[in-house]
Design a protein around this ligand. Structure first.
Ligand code: SF4
Ligand code: SF4
Length: 281
């Protein structure tokens, strides 16, 4: 198989985009909006801590999340925004309402910036997008620096930065598809929910922004396919070859189903919620 990306051109950044809950203080379990319908334990507005968050900022039912069907909890990944925000806080947010407001706002801003950084790291590592390397690394520096500011970015600032990032991601995505013999889908948000692609060669397919709810991609060869912004909830990735796919995120993987035969890009880990046996359930 032809390589589609350089081996970790940005190892420090990849490491910084890996969640480390031991260095955090339960931010995702308190700062975010969590809906029961999305696989969280209750309707929890932003700022309300989950009742299962214990005194040490740990999930008291961590070992039971899958059994309880809390797939929102198992799929969530802050891409390192949690520990980065927590490092700025010298006090316990539960005892200081002012600090809680500041810290949660900072976490939300960092979450958005780290999502941009994740995609930029991917664009910078993809071989077909090599002409964009300089611009990508410049934007990475900018996004990182914006997260260092003491005041969190407001919605407008984040939108402006996201628009700049998206202007680079589009050609990176298109160049990757082209290198794999594919082309951008004419249909934005194509709906493949429930489709059975089982064991099909799907090289260079544009799944960006697509709905892949419960889609059977088991055993598929997805080299050069782009999953930029795709909704993979419940998709079957058992035995799929995703090593050469582009723009996949930990949240997408955590929301899908896979097994020990699913092949992943080197910088992505197998979600702990995935089963061990191969084949569809
Ligand atoms: S915000 Fe991130 S680092 Fe913190 S507990 Fe949640 S997943 Fe872990
Ligand atoms: S159940 Fe656990 S992981 Fe899920 S929101 Fe509550 S504390 Fe966090």
């Amino acid at each position: 198989m032809r390589p589609i990306r350089r081996e970790e051109p940005l190892p420090q950044l990849r490491k910084a985009l890996t969640a480390d809950c031991r260095r955090c203080c339960g931010l995702c379990c308190a700062a975010l909006y969590r809906a029961r319908a999305e696989g969280f334990p209750a309707e929890l507005p932003p700022g309300r801590p989950c009742p299962h968050l214990d005194g040490e900022y740990r999930c008291a039912i961590h070992g039971q999340l899958t059994a309880r069907g809390l797939h929102g909890c198992t799929a969530y990944d802050c891409l390192g925004a949690g520990q980065r925000a927590a490092a700025t806080s010298p006090v316990d947010w539960r005892r200081d309402p002012e600090e809680k407001r500041r810290l949660f706002a900072h976490f939300l801003s960092l979450t958005a910036l780290h999502q941009m950084l994740w995609y930029l790291a991917e664009a910078a590592s993809l071989l077909p997008a090599r002409p964009l390397w300089e611009e990508a690394t410049q934007l990475i520096g900018e996004c990182w620096a914006l997260g260092e500011e003491s005041a969190p970015l407001d919605a407008l600032q984040l939108e402006q930065q996201r628009a700049r990032v998206n202007r680079l991601l589009r050609p990176a995505h298109e160049q990757t598809l082209a290198a794999a013999g594919g082309r951008p889908s004419p249909c934005q948000s194509a709906d493949y929910s429930g489709r059975k692609f089982r064991k099909t060669v799907l090289r260079g397919r544009d799944f960006s922004m697509a709905l892949l709810l419960g889609t059977d991609l088991s055993g598929c060869d997805l080299w050069g396919s782009s999953f930029l912004g795709a909704d993979l909830r419940g998709a079957d990735l058992c035995g799929a070859d995703l090593r050469g796919s582009a723009f996949l995120t930990p949240i997408q993987l955590g929301a899908a189903r896979g097994d020990e035969e699913t092949l992943l890009p080197p910088f992505l880990s197998r979600p702990t919620s995935w089963g061990r046996s191969s084949g569809s359930q």
